[in-house]
Design a protein around this ligand. Sequence first.
Ligand code: NOJ
Length: 745
Amino acid sequence: MKSRITPVCLLLLSVIAVFAQSTPEAWTGNARWDVRINDLLGKMTLEEKVGQLVQLSSQDFVTGPATSSDVMAEIRASHAGSMLNVTGAAYSRKLQTVAVKETRLGVPMIFGYDVIHGFRTVFPIPLGQAASFDMQAIEASERISANEATSAGIHWTFSPMVDIARDPRWGRMAEGSGEDTYLGIQIAKARIHGFQGDDLSKNDTMLACAKHFAAYGAAQAGRDYFTTEVSERTMREDYLPPFRACVDAGVGSFMAAFNDLNGLPASANPWLLKTILRQEWGFRGFVVSDWGSVNELKYHGVAATGKDAARVAFNAGVEMDMESKLYYPNLVTLVKEGLVSEESIRVAVGRVLAAKAKLGLLDDPFRYTDEAREKATILSPDNLEAARDLARRTFVLLQNLNGTLPVKKDAKIALVGPLADAAKDQIGCWHGRGDPKDSVTLRAAFAATFGDRLVYARGCDVRSDDTSGFADAVAAAKKADVVVAVVGESEDMSGEGHSRAELGLPGRQAQLLAELRKTGKPIAALVMCGRALTLESVLPLADSWLVLWHPGTMAGPAVVDVVTGAYSPSGKLPVTFPRSVGQIPIFYNHKNTGRPQPAGERVQYRSNYIDSPNSPLFPFGFGLSYSKFTYDNLRLSSKKLREGDAEIKVTVTLKNAGNVDADEVAQFYVRDLVGSVTRPVRELKGFQKLHLKKGEKRDVTFTLTPADLAFWRADMTYGTEPGRFEVFVGGDSDATLSGSFELLK
Ligand code: NOJ
């Protein structure tokens, strides 16, 4: 049917338009705040408006290549709507006082900070947290982090980082949830809810920021800041959904990424920032650049000058400039020259003011600057206990020959290795205001537990070639019943700007393990790391391998819990552990190819290597327990799922068939066998972390709706296609217990 615009329609439309103009614009949904924002927008000069779009770093603490400036003078001149790296109730009060009392309109600043895995109480690195598969514990950790950070004057965290990372060379894998989109979505939601709570205006909740938009984790060769080339289909299937989930969860802000995406840097990319984020997803918060990413448009080669970079970034949809110092005064000039619209500046400022209003800052700019609260909150015993509890849930047991772990009750322990007494390394990269002085190291916690049944020797450094400590380590091993060797990466080997080309144990650590092996004593190797490592060659050098990631402030007590058996390991790998760097990128949900390798055997003219198996060393989702779990009796509520039907239920019987009470993460995977485009060999569609007593059996049910089976079809519409699907349930992504059903139109 043809639509026709009649004169009556036109009249109605113009009445609506006039009415809309005379109604104050709705920025927050709260009439009182909206009136205030509209009033401020009406009073602000263009210069003051642009000032709201500028974010400067405190000069005392910087998290990027700093440029110097007289911050106080900038605030006084209304040229700083926001600051980052301002921490402490007293300091933030001092700066806020200048913004509120010494500027014409007294608009408070919003203070942002990288609260990535804790503020002062440091939780495990996000990748470790992902290994817990424990959404409640993750959300609780962000609640605590928000409470600590807000007590120290911070309103806004640059978290969660929801970049999918399939290349462990990339050091920032540490900051995210690993390789899987479904897991990434669940964690993104938990984190946002943890930070923002139900009411942003409470003084213990803070604004979250989804970063880095987008595909930053797909850096070529795993080298940080490097180019990304990702097809629109892969963007929409794999990289974008966690960001979309952030919008749906009500995240208050987005950060544009550094990377060049298919020829257009993310900080200059209207397809990302306007078409997807605003038009398709309806995001109503504001977008901040990454540190200096506006200025870097010059080096990408899409802007000739700083002014040009400001124009390109702002017009693409970057509303606040973090530390490039290019928005003021360039945007003022660009508006005057007609190259940036004044209306778009007004809208951007409205969005920033809306965030300030929602945080309660327009009502009381000093509500987050209470030193007494700060003192009572930071590092409280409850916070530390939560950090210990989450840490022990993140450890992944890769191998446990001869039941080496847990150690026997009266065993004599040799604690060796460069990371056994490493207060700074254990808190990992991006540790906020975490202070190594607060760390309880493994050595301290082991000493408190084992007393004079403990001998300690460092053995070697993480990275140097010095082997002079080997003799002491070997002597310690000879005196003990079991060796606990704490090896891996130091905190400065992952995180921003810390990519690696080799992923083995650095320095002389493998050699140290080889020397210890010669003593014939049982060895448990505990690995601190910020990524997946290639451990194949060192695996035989220890009986047990336990991945600790970087566990945070309470690493020591958490490790004692697991080493003594008070808590059975329950973590599962959120990233595939490759055999070699040559297998990278390697991830479980790859495509089948036209020449798949049959059952792990190398066959000529098939998709395989001549010098390596295709399989990883440890697959996504893998992790052992001190107990043993079995999966049986998979049944489906129906063999057919019709488009209109609500759901299909897949049930298995899980049994704790071992001798200890323990947690298990039951995982549910689906494979779409035939589609209009190729589909992954399997995809995670559900998981449950369950506690089962020894001998206990329990039915575990996963529910699937047609919406769970939708994908980007050949014509780039999103939806389902009828056909056969396989389902798999088990303890890792190689699960073999399976069934199938048919999706009918
Ligand atoms: C650069 C990082 O990429 C980003 O994640 C962080 O939030 C900012 N610096 C601020 O420190």
